[in-house]
Write a protein that binds this ligand. Sequence first.
Ligand SMILES: Nc1ncnc2c1ncn2[C@@H]1O[C@H](COP(=O)(O)OP(=O)(O)OP(=O)(O)O)[C@@H](O)[C@H]1O
Length: 259
Amino acid sequence: MAKRIEVSDLDIYYGDFKAVEGVNVAIEPRSITALIGPSGCGKSTFLRSLNRMHEVIPGARVEGKVVMDGQDLYGADVDPVNVRRQIGMVFQRPNPFPTMSIYENVLAGNRLNSKRMKKAEADDVVERSLRGANLWNEVKDRLDRPGSGLSGGQQQRLCIARAIAVEPDVLLMDEPCSALDPISTLAIEDLMTELKDRFTIVIVTHNMQQAARVSESTGFFNLNGVGQPGRLIEFNPTEKIFSNPDEKATEDYISGRFG
Ligand SMILES: Nc1ncnc2c1ncn2[C@@H]1O[C@H](COP(=O)(O)OP(=O)(O)OP(=O)(O)O)[C@@H](O)[C@H]1O
């Protein structure tokens, strides 16, 4: 079930380095939120802080709050593994487990999370997730073949199938199309539009047309200079960001004057 995420006064650190400062934002369920901005402004760092992936880097930490439907994700009693189950992630480069079959790739998250599944139940999860990722028809006759035998776009859809197989509430996507050709990119964009009925989706993208095509809301991150923390400069409906942004820096960025 899609959930709402509220971020308050979030600062994100790598050791002593403050990479992101003072983010306040509400991310709405059943919609796609795009994060744009120049390289190094903290988009990926912010994205990873939403499901506590940030913490896997030694010395990395956050200050402030991330609350999902009333649950403080950084609360003392919260297990980060459980947060990552609720908030799935798809990365820039498709990363299926190369020697694992397509079938087992889809189930990899479920196998980590839970007790044994009956064969019929596992079959059902695999089919449902591959259908959800618009990949079923292309792979249904070769589920026992390695995931690495698929094209880049198919591999990325396999990774999306793996992410949705555990039924998360939120899907984070970090430049999911940057390694893909335009046809595969459109397939993933169509898929995102279908998935937003069931999940809250947050996507980092360098492709402004993509942000404009798929998202309802867009956040523009920027930084004042090297070594300075990134900040969320503007967060608004996507249409407004691309037609009449509140901030001059947003306008300069989207019109290609910098970044
Ligand atoms: N593992 C890390 N350890 C230390 N600093 C890091 C680490 N990852 C990122 N940073 C720093 O944090 C800042 C934000 O990086 P981040 O990757 O979040 O930016 P980004 O906006 O996603 O960039 P890009 O668009 O190039 O992917 C940068 O100064 C970067 O060098």
